[in-house]
Design a protein around this ligand. Structure first.
Ligand code: ZN
Length: 346
């Protein structure tokens, strides 16, 4: 399997986030990639490929150009208006009755275009964002050109970001941009299977009214888990998209005995849809020791996830999402990939 990885993400580092009752260093950090690279090397899996540069056309197919401009300029604006110390995050959020289009104030822009305090901007953030989407589009091209699979190993992740909102470590929705690229290059139907522990509220919002992209997600119940306001089982899509969004929320503490059947349900829905191609939002934060999540999957369960996904026999693009138990992240992600790639016994 070709694995597309660029090193420009290292500069996206040094922010802080809210965790329960404390402000702490970001769990989403460069070391996550180092662990996965090290494990790939240890087990001699995959062929590393550098991302090609793609520009922003494919990004603008999903994201509002004004929003993309905000992402591109946020740090410079912050530096000029506030100062070069630390990192930029929003101090308030544009909510009901106070959501007018912002002017030039970086505070107003952050309030308008972000929905939580887990999307800091530092000097290297935009380079990391573009490297991640370039890696994803390069991997997309590999699958588009006929290979069975490819993996975009990238950060920051994407599935919480929607057309014009950043949050939950996510700025550009890499998986959504890739799904749209497949559509634009001839796929009639694209399925996105999201196995990150958290609901991909951004991906859901982007495709909620469309029937040409199916979104299926297994995640922690929003009654007790981020992003709290979305991810409920009764959200099935609307308008033309009615019936093309499937949420499978599960309670805290979920182990393989309950996760496996949910994944079977998800896979049945994907097969039923008969997509031309599959995009997997691959997070490993369903792992039992993940510091920001609460499922209880073992490392070997990620191999099973990979094997079950392979059983669909679809061209498959894996896009990196979450996973914050850094010491086990390499093992868990690589288990999913090797599980997918293992020869099937007939
Ligand atoms: Zn997650």
């Amino acid at each position: 399997m070709k694995i597309v990885y660029g090193s420009r993400h290292y500069g996206h580092s040094g922010g802080m986030e809210m965790n329960k009752n404390r402000f702490v260093p970001m769990f989403e950090k460069p070391e996550r990639m180092d662990q996965i690279l090290a494990r790939l090397k240890d087990v001699s899996f995959g062929e590393l490929v550098e991302p090609d540069r793609h520009g922003l056309d494919a990004v603008h197919r999903i994201h509002d150009p004004d929003y993309v401009k905000f992402l591109q300029t946020a740090w410079d604006r912050w530096e000029k208006q506030v100062g070069a110390e630390g990192f930029a995050i929003s101090h308030m959020f544009g909510m009901r009755g106070m959501d007018k289009k912002p002017g030039d104030s970086i505070y107003a822009l952050l309030s308008y275009y972000t929905f939580d305090v887990c999307v800091p901007f530092v000097a290297g953030t935009w380079n990391a964002i573009t490297d991640a989407v370039d890696a994803t589009l390069t991997a997309q091209k590999i699958v588009q050109s006929g290979e069975r699979s490819a993996f975009a190993l990238c950060r920051p992740p994407g599935h919480h970001a929607s057309q014009d909102l950043a949050g939950g470590y996510c700025y550009i929705n890499n998986a959504a941009v890739a799904a749209q690229a497949f559509r634009d290059q001839g796929a009639a139907r694209v399925a996105i299977l999201d196995v990150d522990y958290h609901h991909g509220n951004g991906t859901q919002r982007i495709f909620y009214e469309r029937s040409d992209v199916l979104y299926v997600s297994i995640h922690g119940r929003p009654e007790e888990e981020y992003p709290y306001l979305m991810g409920f089982a009764d959200e099935r899509g609307s308008g033309a998209g009615d019936g093309f969004n499937l949420n499978l929320p599960l309670p805290k503490g979920t182990q393989w005995k309950d996760y496996g059947p949910a994944l079977e349900t998800a896979i049945a829905a994907v097969k039923d849809y008969r997509p031309d191609v599959l995009v997997v939002s691959l997070g490993a934060d369903a792992y039992k020791h993940d510091p920001v999540s609460a499922f209880a999957l073992e490392s070997e369960d990620f191999s099973k996830i990979g094997r079950m996904i392979a059983g669909m026999n679809l061209p498959t693009l894996f896009v990196m999402e979450g996973g914050y138990a850094v010491e086990a992240l390499g093992i868990n992600i690589v288990n999913a990939l090797t599980g997918f790639s293992a020869p099937t016994k007939d």
